[in-house]
Design a protein around this ligand. Sequence first.
Ligand code: HAM
Length: 433
Amino acid sequence: MTSAFSQTVRGMRDFLPEEARKLRFIEQKARETAGLYGYDEIITPTIEYYELLAAKIGEENKKRMYVFEDLGGRKIALRPEFTASVARLVATKLQSAPKPLRLFSTGSLYRYDEPQFGRYREFWQANFELFGSAMPEADVEIISLTDSFLRRIGLRNYRFKIGHVGVLRGIFNQEGINEERQNTIMQMLDKKEWAEALKMVEKSGASQRCLDSLKNLLTTAGGDLAATAKKIREIVDEYPGAAEAAENLEEIVNLLKAGGLKAEVLLEAGFARGLEYYTGVIFEVYVPEMDIALGGGGRYDRLVEFFGGGKIPAVGVAAGMDRLLIALENQGASEFRWKPERLLIIPVDRSMIGDAFKVASMLRADELCTEIEIMGRSVTRALSDADRRGIAFAVILGPKEMREGKVVLRHMIKRKQRTIDLDDLPEKIKEEM
Ligand code: HAM
């Protein structure tokens, strides 16, 4: 029989226990990383005013927002990211909080993207934002933290792609290209539509020198950080704003190396992102097996000010937990598959149910994952059910043994059982785990 309720809404997924456990493993590691780096968790609403969320995320992202009117006639939207909400807090309730201010958030986000591999309409991020410092060490902290988080979840062979919004915008500013036009060009570059982007720059009345520099930048990328950074600086030599950005980028990559970052880093001068609020360094994380970003971030020094909170520079990163789950699965990572061994207490008849609850409490107090047989099954049927569900140990409670302070402990895989003192039960189970 097919149910009329079998479908989830397009782009939405159910996380069955195994998947949910893996997602929560990643989230737990993100929370641990936040703790280690001094990032305090905040929880903001899933729904915000449309104007706030749409403010600086760029035309493409704006079109993909879930927007609706609530019953009170307010124009609201499901959050497509955390950054706007966190910046709103920093512009308002946290405006006078001592700086630096380090904030962590995690939860689900919504974008009306075309569903495909690794792209969902509801997805999950672990988000870290650092407010108050315009120094390159703040950028380096965010990138190092990302590296540390990815290492903790067991991801291998990932690399950072790093660029700087200020290099391209510095050129555009000097060429007199207005901000709106710049944003359109950046969107094109984000989608690697280089020819179209160059055409638009040309149409905007840019000089030949500008076009030559841009063409040069778009092909400048490399893993030799010092050499690539130097080349970028040379290309934009005659554009003071862009040159300053290139110097900042160089300083950041030098600090990353000095700080011992081991992950591979690729500098890409033509790298752009669709989010409009970025003002400085931008980066994404990739693994060789997948061509979609596992995380992304960058510096955004004007968003808090835009929300009325004064000049508070900021840099942050969001890791895409759904994509990390896929990447870890692909790499055969083991720790995130881990699942605690479970025990099942089987009362031989109903007279033992009270004891079953008592013994279960005792085992749980010892941090052992314990279930009680509550289906009224016979011992034989309960054992075969335990087998089917991958239970590691069964504890069988019979009236005669209980009177003597004893229980039967059965190792389900070895199919061996023995009678032991109830008092020794937690210890004996742990020995056999
Ligand atoms: P973003 O690059 O839009 O940045 O998203 C960060 C990550 O979220 C992506 O790299 C990707 O892993 C994941 N992600 C994005 N969209 C989807 C989707 N439709 N399905 C699955 N995963 C997705 C931001 O959101 C910025 N707020 C990051 C940031 C924080 N910048 C500064 N602070």
